[in-house]
Design a protein around this ligand. Structure first.
Ligand SMILES: *Cc1c(COP(=O)(O)O)cnc(C)c1O
Length: 383
């Protein structure tokens, strides 16, 4: 079976993990944790990086620090991985779901803009402007743009919207390490960006996340909250409810080794993406994800649309090519079926019905790529 997306561990992973074991520095106090977070922050051009146990808790911590209240709304795309929405529920807030563009599969900013324009009003409270939903008076405090599959939306337009409606921006950049918009890295547009290093991401620590921010107060707070909010290095005095969320040194050691290989792995992904786009162009009724000219994507997971999605999925998995459907849209899940959903065409549903992801490991070989392409072509010949 050619796997969908597996990590590539051919660098110093063993060496650094062995170093942790040899020296006894296996837990969350250890130099690899600091090194890893610095490496991630530097690679995207952010001032600070805070390593945590996974991307999901990173999103939760960012919301807490931003000041999200349980009475708030947070805007998120309807098409995302469940972690985005789960993190919103952890802080007790309520999601407002926005449909996505048919071609790029990112949040539809025209829909968002119209909704905010027509259904919200700005009010000054405690010296600060915030948007409030006209119908129920609840504050719309933040937005979590998700860079779906390592692609991005028109970030200049998004910036104009968030400035106008005074929204805090927490970028769910879990899939977008290395993606740039007009040269600026995903994760560095908002007040916070959160990356994931889960096993299927572009590079991995097994499990892990990094919050990036340029705000020193936020960075300090994030480090504090992820380490049980302990005030003194000696005494067990804590000044608020904290979390045991800091990444451990063994995993950070893997992360340091992965970051050393990141430029090369990113190149591999781009080569893979270009190969698929060339070879699969015009095959059956395949439609690729559209990438804006100002976006330089990390090509994380190759995904395309076809009206034969279910049959192709079955065929590929039966013929040694591991493939997966896309995420079920959030408004179709039991927990979020009553959420506010901003949409005119329900594009998320159509994208979900048609999308299939194919093998995209950074270490995929040329021969494997040929097999994947040939198997897909064979499928369309059976129709
Ligand atoms: C992977 C992912 C996350 C969560 O990251 P974990 O490290 O697995 O907790 C969040 N959002 C999106 C869009 C993801 O793909």
């Amino acid at each position: 079976m050619i796997p969908l997306s597996v990590p590539n561990l051919n660098g110093n992973e063993w060496k650094y993990v062995k170093d942790c074991l040899d020296t006894g520095w296996i837990s969350s106090a250890g130099s690899y944790v600091n090194e890893f977070e610095t490496k991630v922050a530097d690679s995207v051009g952010a001032k600070y990086g805070i390593a945590c146990m996974n991307g999901t808790v990173g999103l939760q911590i960012a919301q807490i620090i931003a000041g999200v209240l349980p009475s708030d709304y947070i805007i998120a795309p309807n098409l995302t991985f469940i972690a985005t929405l789960n993190s919103i529920k952890y802080t007790g807030a309520t999601p407002i779901l926005v449909d996505v563009y048919q071609d790029t599969w990112q949040m539809d900013l025209e829909l968002l803009d119209n909704f905010l324009n027509e259904q919200t009003e700005l009010k000054l409270t405690d010296g600060k402007w915030h948007s409030y939903h006209k119908s129920d008076g609840k504050r719309i405090f933040a937005i979590m743009p998700v860079h779906v599959l390592g692609n991005m939306c028109d970030m200049d337009y998004l910036k104009r919207i968030v400035d106008k409606y005074h929204l805090v921006v927490i970028e769910d950049s879990a899939e977008a390490l290395g993606t740039r918009y007009n040269g600026k890295h995903a994760g560095t547009f908002g007040d916070f960006g959160v990356f994931s290093f889960n096993g299927n991401k572009i590079i991995s620590t097994g499990g892990g996340g990094v919050i990036v921010t340029d705000n020193p107060t936020f960075a300090k707070k994030a480090r504090h909250l992820t380490t049980q909010a302990k005030v003194s290095s000696m005494d067990y005095i804590h000044d608020e409810i904290g979390y045991n969320y800091r990444l451990v040194n063994i995993l950070a050691a893997v992360g340091v080794a992965q970051m050393e290989q990141f430029p090369e792995l990113l190149e591999n992904k781009k080569t893979m993406d270009a190969f698929y786009r060339t070879e699969l162009k015009g095959v059956g009724d395949i439609v690729f994800q559209d990438i804006r000219n100002d976006v330089n994507p990390n090509c994380w997971l190759f995904t395309f649309k076809t009206s034969h999605m279910r049959a192709l999925l079955e065929y590929l998995n039966a013929n040694g090519v591991q493939s997966r459907p896309f995420w079920m849209p959030m408004n179709q899940l039991e927990m979020f079926k009553n959420s506010i959903y901003i949409s005119t065409q329900n594009q998320s549903a159509k994208i979900y019905e048609d999308c299939i992801s194919i093998p995209s490991s950074a270490g995929i070989t040329f021969n494997e790529l040929l097999i994947v392409v040939q198997t897909i072509k064979n499928f369309y010949q059976t129709l």
